[in-house]
Design a protein around this ligand. Structure first.
Ligand code: ASP
Length: 322
């Protein structure tokens, strides 16, 4: 029998609206009070940065970029500074932006861009292409991208996570206890940041930025930079950013699926988001989604057992949830 597992809430309403996520999969009960406070404060800074721009009449694109910039600078999120590390201890980051008019840009395998989302924007605005793999440092320079030494992305927290992942991988088969710990480490491997917005002119945009998953094989690319999988926007329907088990989100063409359910099945956005998450769950994946439609309330959802950092701002309301 099909398992109905996702949790979806509706947020905000007409007019400028910003929803952000700081990844799903974290085990909140294992976060220290200090880590929770750090995450909460960072979500607040990010949503405030983006919503301030929307309030001044800036575009949805500017708002999602501003919100993602803040999260990319925070070591507590799996994007930019706090990116998860590959098996060989490096950060390989992916990003994507998409506007309601169909404009889109994405990049994967980034190792020096301080703000990977800027590379996605440069691909969209400065090239006739949609997706770049490991663009050279020279090309990033030409695009005006701020670059840092790759060691900037190797934080103690992520190194410890990688070491634990490797140790538990080795022990995985050995005992039931190790398997339980391995599941906990599995949950902590994920992250990703994303933002979706609608501006005063009604334009919508989505942006996603990630370090992938801790201990991923070098060269592995998840759903985040893939238009339609981890990120999608269509002015006729909705802007979407996903987080979670990337392989499963790709297999479900998750972000586009939310849009397609609204467009072709006439589903309410919250139902469409929930049905997509159930489908991901049905494949053994987990994670979350945020979505802002061209008109009406936005949606925030996550699969059962997953926990998601998110925040949203609309009119005088601002909510953060770490
Ligand atoms: N979806 C991301 C990826 O698979 C990771 C995550 O959101 O946790 O690369």
């Amino acid at each position: 029998m099909k398992k109905e597992s996702s949790h979806v809430l509706e947020v905000g309403g007409e007019g400028p609206l910003l929803v952000i996520h700081g990844g799903a999969g974290r085990r909140l009960h294992e976060m220290s009070p200090e880590q929770r406070a750090e995450t909460d404060a960072a979500l607040a800074r990010a949503v405030d940065a983006g919503y301030a721009l929307l309030s001044e009449g800036a575009s949805a694109l500017e708002a999602v970029i501003a919100a993602v910039h803040v999260m990319e600078d925070e070591p507590c999120f799996n994007a930019g500074r706090g990116a998860a590390l590959t098996l060989d201890g490096r950060a390989e980051m992916d990003s994507c932006v998409m506007l309601g008019d169909g404009s889109t840009g994405a990049a994967c395998g980034l190792t020096t861009a301080r703000h990977p989302v800027d590379v996605a924007r440069a691909v969209m605005e400065r090239t006739p292409h949609v997706l770049f793999s490991s663009p050279s440092t020279k090309r990033l320079e030409e695009w005006g991208i701020e670059q840092v030494d790759p060691s900037y992305f190797v934080t103690e927290r992520r190194e410890a996570q990688l070491a634990e992942f490797k140790e538990l991988e080795a022990a995985r088969q050995e005992s039931a206890q190790a398997q339980a710990r391995a599941q906990a480490a599995e949950d902590a491997r994920h992250g990703t940041v994303g933002a979706v917005a609608r501006d005063a002119a009604g334009r919508i945009a989505a942006a996603t930025s990630t370090g992938g998953i801790t201990g991923q094989q070098p060269g592995r690319v998840g759903d985040s930079p893939i238009c339609g999988a981890g990120t999608y926007a269509d002015q006729r329907t909705v802007a979407v950013s996903c987080t979670g088990t990337g392989e499963k989100f790709i297999q479900e063409v998750a972000a586009h699926q939310v849009s397609a359910r609204v467009a072709f099945c006439g589903q309410w956005l919250a139902d469409a988001a929930g049905a997509m998450l159930d489908a991901v769950d049905g494949r053994g994946g987990s994670g979350g989604v945020i979505a802002v439609p061209a008109t009406g309330a936005g949606a925030i959802g996550f699969t059962d057992g997953a926990q998601m950092n998110y925040a949203w701002a609309w009119r005088n309301e601002r909510v953060t949830h770490e």
